[in-house]
Design a protein around this ligand. Structure first.
Ligand code: URA
Length: 203
């Protein structure tokens, strides 16, 4: 069974967890990825943003949300009045999963499966416990599965506060899905609307 639990430190804060996660071998994704991409931000953050997994640029740089999806998210946060320095950014899965097209060099993102997500979840739970945010912002279906259960539907239940084991959560679309959307402007506007709801909960 895949499981990160044996790699978690028995005590310590975010820095101790980040150091330990760098050596995680709880599932096979560490083999192909460049490095673990742990969450980033302050432990006193009022919001925790949970994505799916690091992308190509995040994998190379070792930081979450530093690529195109991250730029879009930060822009939407600014529009909604959410301060970046009061946010903590992380992912449901901490290693980049990808395939390389035959003869190509480009690394193409692959969605993590349930086993990988379940294996990695102890890291996410530890982050949520240590940061204890006022609102968890759940970005897309993978994060929703990890935090809100398999029957949660982002399309139906997005944008409204829901109770979770780890505190109040608001689910919304993943910024990567907006970048792939046929109607990018409308999808982006929807993200900003949901983030305004989050800002309202903090006020
Ligand atoms: N997409 C994610 O889900 N997370 C990142 O860190 C970057 C892109």
């Amino acid at each position: 069974r895949y499981d990160a639990t044996p790699y978690l430190p028995a005590r310590g804060g975010l820095p101790a967890h980040r150091r330990a996660a760098a050596g995680c071998r709880g599932c096979p994704l560490h083999r192909e990825a460049t490095q673990t991409v742990f969450g980033a931000g302050t432990s006193s953050a009022r919001t925790v943003f949970v994505g799916e997994q690091p992308g190509d640029q995040e994998d190379r740089r070792g930081e979450p949300f530093v690529g195109p999806a991250g730029r879009l998210l930060r822009k939407a946060m600014a529009e909604a009045g959410l301060a970046e320095d009061q946010a903590y950014f992380t992912n449901a899965v901490k290693h980049f999963k990808f395939t390389v097209a035959a003869g190509g060099r480009r690394r193409i993102h692959k969605a993590p499966n349930l086993r990988e997500m379940t294996a990695c979840r102890p890291w996410l739970y530890a982050e949520l416990r240590l940061v204890a945010p006022e609102v968890i912002v759940v970005l897309g279906a993978t994060a929703a599965k990890a935090l809100l259960g398999p029957s949660f539907r982002v399309t139906k239940e997005r944008g409204a506060p829901v109770g979770s084991e780890h505190g109040t959560a608001v689910a919304t679309v993943h910024p990567s899905a907006i970048l792939r959307s046929d109607d990018r402007a409308a999808a982006y506007a929807g993200l900003v609307t949901d983030l305004r709801t989050v800002a309202g909960l903090l006020a």
